[in-house]
Write a protein that binds this ligand. Structure first.
Ligand SMILES: C[S@@+](CC[C@H](N)C(=O)[O-])C[C@H]1O[C@@H](n2cnc3c(N)ncnc32)[C@H](O)[C@@H]1O
Ligand code: SF4
Length: 386
């Protein structure tokens, strides 16, 4: 396996939010006071320094600063961070650099500065434009601020920006959901993420479930939303991701194509193919921001790493690759898993016969029908140990 041929990304986690949303199971912590921005940026750079031996001379193609709410950080802090990254590892001149932003913390001047320091793409967590629904899901912004945030991204000169929308929300009717889509389309983002609300364990909504639309209504919202987005020129390229031509998120694509990524920051995950053995290492950083920063200060270990068992590599590859509408490239399978395609037989041919998967000369992908049954397709490829 030639690790050098596998694209490399960098994920940077900023773990704070103004308020914890009741549906959110991301590693995000409420913080109303001053953020320890300098100490955290130092910890991030110490973390990168410690992990850079894993990537040798490889060049980072994309950076994603996610959260939490990274837009809570001052542009100056993120500038120090990005400069620190570039001085420690090689970053491609045309790297895609995405920053997640919340409408509640959006300020036009900040967006301008983010672009000046090298951020190339904003991803804004809109969720809905309906103020009543936003309140029901515990957001700190209203519909007006959501629209303003998207407009500010344009005014600041971001030619690439994503809006996150959720559907199947409490109190959401078909009409309200379609209004959200229509408003989003009218703001001309180049990318839209359209997620169905899930009630995740260890969240407030899991403990005290809100009344949600009926399953059939949520299904109808998804179908109608998809077709309206298609009409407006957005191609669905992954389960929840839609993009105008040429605007797919390169960072997320690299995850789904089973590329490599370093993960720095509290709770961040990474996946790196080792150049000497071809084994895959999964890394995880300490979850609590305070413990993470303390460990950096004391220059001790910031997390743990474990090797992916060879038997599991193909399953992990398929779990990512089949989320893509175009499926995975057959030529990527062997270099990224160490498996021969023949080892997927006879399961693969069986699923093709059942009209759940299809092959093209270059790709293997779900059929239109199979795309609705992704989880059950993947069950067929589970490694024997699971
Ligand atoms: C990492 S979150 C953070 C983005 C940003 N902090 C925000 O909330 O605006 C990325 C996106 O995941 C989606 N998301 C988070 N929790 C979800 C859930 N339980 N179900 C569906 N989508 C969810 C939301 O659309 C959110 O914008
Ligand atoms: S703002 Fe985003 S990351 Fe923060 S709690 Fe809400 S959904 Fe989670």
């Amino acid at each position: 396996m030639l690790a050098q041929t596998i694209p490399l990304s960098l994920y940077i986690h900023i773990p704070w939010c103004v308020k914890k949303c009741p549906y959110c199971d991301f590693n995000s912590h409420e913080n109303l006071g001053a953020l320890p921005e300098n100490a955290y940026v130092e910890a991030l750079l110490f973390d990168l320094e410690g992990q850079k031996a894993l990537i040798g001379q490889r060049t980072i193609q994309t950076i994603f600063i996610g959260g939490g709410t990274p837009s809570l950080f001052r542009p100056e802090s993120l500038e120090t961070l990005l400069k620190g990254v570039r001085s420690r590892v090689s970053v491609a001149d045309d790297a895609e650099i995405t920053l997640e932003a919340n409408p509640g913390t959006a300020e036009a001047s900040k967006f301008n500065r983010y672009r000046e320091i090298g951020v190339t793409r904003l991803s804004i967590g809109i969720q809905s434009f309906d103020s009543d629904i936003l309140q029901k899901i515990g957001r700190i912004h209203d519909g007006r601020e959501a629209i303003a945030a998207a407009e500010m991204a344009k005014t600041a000169g971001f030619s690439e920006f994503n809006l996150d929308l959720m559907f199947g929300l409490p109190g959401q009717t078909e009409t309200l959901a379609l209004n959200d889509i229509e408003t989003a389309i009218g703001l001309h983002p180049t990318h839209l993420s359209f997620y169905q609300l899930t009630l995740e364990p260890n969240t407030v909504f899991h403990k005290y479930p809100p009344v949600l639309p009926h399953e059939e209504d949520t299904w109808a919202i998804q179908e109608l939303g998809q077709s309206r987005l298609r009409q407006a020129g957005f191609q669905q390229y992954e389960v929840s991701a839609y993009a105008q031509a040429g605007s797919r998120c390169r960072h997320n694509l690299n995850y789904w194509q089973f590329g490599d990524y370093l993960g720095i920051g509290a709770g961040a995950h990474g996946k790196i193919t080792l150049s000497d053995t071809g084994d895959i290492l999964r890394t995880q950083r300490l979850k609590q921001p305070a413990s993470y920063m303390q460990a950096a200060l004391e220059e001790t270990s910031l997390g743990s790493a474990s090797q992916v068992h060879r038997d599991e590599m193909a399953f992990e590859f398929l779990m990512n690759g089949l989320r893509l509408r175009e499926g995975f490239e057959i030529r990527h399978f062997k270099p990224r898993t160490g498996w021969e395609m023949a080892q997927l037989e006879p399961t693969l041919s069986g699923l093709v016969k059942e009209d759940l998967l299809e092959r093209t000369p270059t790709h293997i992908r779900c059929t239109d029908h199979g795309f609705n049954f992704l989880d059950s397709i993947l069950q067929h490829f589970l490694p024997p140990s699971c």
